[in-house]
Design a binder for this molecule. Structure first.
Ligand code: SF4
Ligand code: SF4
Ligand code: SF4
Length: 391
């Protein structure tokens, strides 16, 4: 790479970082960021991106004029940059004109690159380099940087909820399937199997349920860490406008409510938790995805279990241990999303503060030695020292 291109990429890195609400400490990560850019950006791509101001919204026509290209050439040029989420497209569907913006570093990079089931060599190489950048964040897991990151994440808004599926739980356990079911967040509601049906019924129209590759699973697999729970790659459920956008862009496929239900049940039985995400990461907006995240491959939970980032979620259930029934089989420890369970001397030891209510322990325990009670709350789990990382 020539010196001029390297300088331009460096400028681009600082520009993109300045668009972020929480900019990353760029200087120590700059070599890895440039390594990612080099995999996909030509000098002409970089020159175009540097014509975009940080945080400014552009119409398609403004972007085309800045590129100096005719429409037929510009359209695929822009689509390629968007496929790596270097430029983002926003359509709030509320009467405002859709617009484009220079994106920030890392945000959406692996979502856009790795959602298709079939990947080009260029996407794989980009993802491999992004994996090095992402896992490189572990270098910042030391005092006092860890405490500063924990503080920032703690005051940031929560944007995911954890719900559970109680199909296989004995009736004597705490969830009553015959109880009236309300959506997540409603007073007195129960997010259980019927709770999932609530979401699926809500979106079971106009091709509003879709599935795409779990980009986190693809990401860690490309980085050399295939899913430790053997969950299928095609396992990210999309809902509503998000589903339609992904289906229209060829990044996922439409599925029926029944197929969706089957995927959810299969993945849950293998250890995936049900993680509900919202449009624009805002829990007051419409649900956009049900992520089937396992403790291993998830940008959120997996990052927490690797000692990369803290975790901030809304939970609806709390596990309760009944050690007198426990035979020490360790299934609950294996499937616990957040490492809240340890088996010590063949007995379950549960750290309730770390429970995020995913229900996996109760689902897998054959001895009724762990059950769930309803307890709606925010759970913030600070990042722990590297020596305590699970993976
Ligand atoms: S958040 Fe979970 S399901 Fe969604 S892509 Fe990541 S691991 Fe897959
Ligand atoms: S799954 Fe049940 S029996 Fe097995 S270790 Fe956990 S609590 Fe004990
Ligand atoms: S203890 Fe672990 S497996 Fe059980 S509900 Fe809590 S987070 Fe999930």
């Amino acid at each position: 790479m020539g010196i001029k291109h390297k300088l331009d990429l460096t400028k681009l890195a600082f520009r993109m970082n300045s668009t972020s609400k929480v900019p990353m400490p760029l200087a120590p990560l700059l070599p890895q960021v440039l390594h990612c850019y080099e995999a996909i950006l030509t000098p002409a791509d970089t020159a175009f991106l540097l014509r975009l101001e940080a945080k400014r919204a552009y119409s398609y026509e403004e972007l085309r004029r800045l590129s100096g290209k005719v429409d037929a050439v510009f359209k695929p040029f822009l689509e390629r940059l968007m496929s790596f989420e270097l430029v983002s497209y926003y359509d709030y569907r509320d009467g405002r004109e859709p617009f484009y913006r220079l994106n920030s570093i890392l945000v959406g990079w692996f979502e856009s690159t790795l959602s298709p089931m079939e990947l080009t060599p260029e996407r794989v190489e980009f993802a491999r380099r992004v994996y090095q950048l992402f896992t490189g964040v572990k270098r910042f897991n030391f005092t006092p940087v860890r405490q500063i990151i924990n503080f920032i994440m703690k005051i940031s808004p929560t944007y995911r909820t954890v719900v559970t599926l109680d199909e296989a739980m004995p009736a004597k356990q705490s969830i009553n399937l015959n109880q009236k079911v309300e959506p997540a967040g409603a007073e007195g509601g129960v997010m259980a199997l019927d709770g999932i049906d609530y979401y699926l019924d809500k979106f079971d129209q106009d091709a509003s349920i879709g599935v795409c590759a779990c980009f986190c699973r693809q990401f860690f697999t490309i980085g050399g860490e295939p899913c430790r729970y053997d969950i299928p790659t095609e396992s990210c459920i999309m809902l509503g406008p998000h589903a339609r956008h992904m289906i229209d862009s060829g990044l996922g496929r439409a599925i029926s409510k029944d197929e969706c239900s089957t995927i959810i049940r299969d993945c849950y039985a293998k250890g995936a938790m049900l993680n509900v995400l919202y449009l624009h990461s805002n829990m007051d907006e419409l649900e956009s995805a049900i992520c089937l995240c396992c403790p291993d491959c998830c940008g959120g939970i997996g990052a927490y279990n690797r000692g990369l980032l803290p975790l901030n979620v809304k939970a609806y259930y709390l596990a309760q241990a009944n050690p007198e029934n426990c035979v020490g089989c360790k299934l609950c420890e294996k499937y616990c999303a957040s490492g809240a369970i340890k088996i010590v001397d063949k007995q379950i030891v549960l750290d309730e503060e770390r429970c995020i209510g995913c229900g996996q322990c109760a689902f897998h325990c054959k001895k009724d030695a762990v059950t769930l009670i309803r307890r709606e709350r925010q759970v913030f789990l600070p990042n722990r020292p590297k020596s305590e990382a699970r993976f």
